[in-house]
Design a protein around this ligand. Structure first.
Ligand code: DQA
Length: 153
């Protein structure tokens, strides 16, 4: 598919709508709106279009992944707790054949053992964790890089 401006979908999973007040010692004080507006700014400087979505529902996130076909060239996702549980979300990401960058605010590997495994990592081109909101901006840079190398092929 030949897009003149590459479009990227940024998905945030369950409970990330509570950012800013949810366990700020782990997730920081930036709200989801702060984070999304920083990403929009970075998208503009990278020449990307960015659509941001958040849901607490697995099925809704899967629906948006499906809709990415024909709409977005790449997906950046913080699947939140679904990271560790959702084969269905992993399968959806596999099914749409788009580059995926997985991002987490916290370092999931230094936390409880149940957070160490990610289904999404099996299908992601890159994983960034432990850098707070900065990780989202790096995920945007990484996605721009992945999409540019696709165009060069
Ligand atoms: C998270 C890490 C997950 O383990 C957790 O369930 C979240 C947020 C993160 O961004 O650090 O909700 O994805």
């Amino acid at each position: 598919m030949d897009y003149s401006v590459s479009s990227v979908l940024l998905l945030n999973g369950p409970n990330l709508n509570l950012l800013g007040t949810r366990q700020p010692e782990i997730y920081g004080y930036d709200t989801l709106a702060d984070l999304e507006s920083q990403c929009q700014k970075r998208a503009r400087s990278l020449g990307l279009e960015l659509e941001c979505r958040q849901s607490n529902w697995e099925g809704q996130l899967i629906g948006w992944v499906h809709e990415a076909r024909g709409k977005h060239e790449g997906i950046i996702i913080n699947p939140a707790a679904l990271t560790h549980t959702s084969v269905a979300l992993m399968d959806a990401l596999l099914g749409v054949d788009r580059p995926v960058v997985e991002v987490h605010l916290s370092n999931i590997h230094s936390r409880e053992e149940f957070r160490h495994h990610s289904y999404v990592s099996r299908v992601a081109q890159a994983v960034i964790c432990g850098l707070g909101p900065q990780g989202y901006l790096l995920a945007m840079d990484a996605m721009a890089h992945l999409l540019n190398s696709d165009k060069e092929d």
